[in-house]
Design a protein around this ligand. Structure first.
Ligand code: URA
Length: 234
């Protein structure tokens, strides 16, 4: 098995982030540092990340967390900020699937199943993510149409989004936006392209899985039906 796939299956991180660990020289196989992404792992090989032995857990876990604002979606933070992993204490080593910004709240999935994480995040699968958004002012019909047609911001193109206008009050407007890409700061940049600011951002749904009644900071395991749904997205 390819080393990045193996590491992701150990719950270290997504395959792409594991590739970075490898090229950064943080991974050893049978005691030797490897930086070649094409390395294969065979039965009986020993694998270390940052000097700690890692191994694949036979139990795959799938978790949904209602991420509060004020925490990051990385395994560890160089600024010492709280991470989503501080909130979900399970014995398996898990990683967040994709990310939400520090000041964004809502649904984030965590797992030690690299294959399923890859299905969810791969752009080819165009997995739907729904956000509840509050923006400054009252976007015009023309602005909403621009979001629906796809916008460009700082040289990055954003695909057409589904946008529902839910209402305006006290100088702000509530929108529900559905996107199928997973670009960095996607919603904020789409709104910035209109010359407006996001005041509040929460992800409420991924691939039809909803946060439901989970309070901020609460998490739960996905049920078998939900897990099956994720596995068949590709
Ligand atoms: N879009 C953003 O701008 N931020 C997020 O955290 C998620 C989507």
């Amino acid at each position: 098995m390819r080393i990045n796939k193996y590491l992701s299956g150990c719950g270290i991180d997504s395959r792409r982030k594991c590739e970075k660990l490898i090229t950064d020289g943080r991974v050893r196989v049978n005691g030797k540092t490897i930086t070649v992404l094409a390395t294969d792992i065979k039965d009986g090989d020993t694998v270390e990340v940052d000097g700690k032995y890692v191994g694949q857990s036979s139990r795959k876990v799938y978790i949904m967390l209602n991420k509060p604002k004020g925490c990051v979606c990385t395994a560890s933070d160089d600024k010492g900020r709280k991470t989503v992993l501080d909130m979900v204490k399970v014995k398996e080593r898990i990683f967040p699937v994709g990310r939400l910004d520090y000041d964004t709240e809502g649904l984030i999935l965590l797992t030690n199943d690299g294959d399923t994480a890859n299905i969810i995040t791969h752009p080819r699968n165009m997995v739907k993510k729904v956000y509840s958004v509050r923006v400054e002012g009252e976007p015009t019909d023309a602005e909403i149409k621009r979001l629906r047609n796809g916008v460009e911001y700082c040289g990055v193109k954003y695909a057409p989004a589904q946008v529902k206008v839910l209402g305006s009050q006290d100088g702000e407007t509530k929108l529900e936006i559905t996107i199928t890409e997973g670009k960095n700061h996607e919603i904020k940049n789409m709104i910035e392209s209109l010359g407006r600011r996001v005041l509040f951002l929460k992800r409420t749904e991924i691939a039809g899985l909803r946060l439901g009644g989970l309070s901020r900071g609460e998490w739960r395991y996905l049920n078998p039906r939900e897990i099956e749904r994720l596995k068949t997205l590709s």
